[in-house]
Unconditional design. Structure first.
Length: 116
């Protein structure tokens, strides 16, 4: 069963994403910020995908992605950004992520990207 790490500081958003992925048959792990997410990946780098919020207090999504890319054991794990920011193309380029979705987002669009 594929595993998704969901990194988001908003409890309701994170819980909703966890439930959505679980209903679709994914195992999930959760993190509340970039540092927490990086720690969870290092504890168990077998995640198949990271769903990452960008704007979080403290260690944000930019920091998480920068640290992830520096670590050869974690750099290959694909990341989908799920954010309230509006410039998806810039985020995709600067963060070198698989895809960017701006909140609110279509569930079908997210799972289409996940399946890729």
């Amino acid at each position: 069963m594929p595993t998704v790490l969901i990194v988001d500081d908003a409890d309701a958003t994170r819980a909703g994403l966890v439930r959505l992925f679980q209903l679709r048959g994914y195992q999930t792990r959760e993190a509340v910020n970039g540092a927490d997410g990086l720690e969870r990946l290092r504890e168990s780098p077998r995640a198949d995908l990271v769903v990452l919020d960008v704007m979080m207090p403290g260690t944000n999504g930019y920091w998480f992605r920068e640290q992830q890319l520096k670590d050869p054991a974690l750099a290959g794990i694909p990341v989908i950004v799920f954010t309230g920011a509006l410039d998806a193309d810039t985020l995709r380029r600067t963060m070198r992520v698989t895809d960017v979705f701006c909140k609110p987002v279509s569930v079908d669009a997210v799972f289409e990207a996940v399946s890729r």
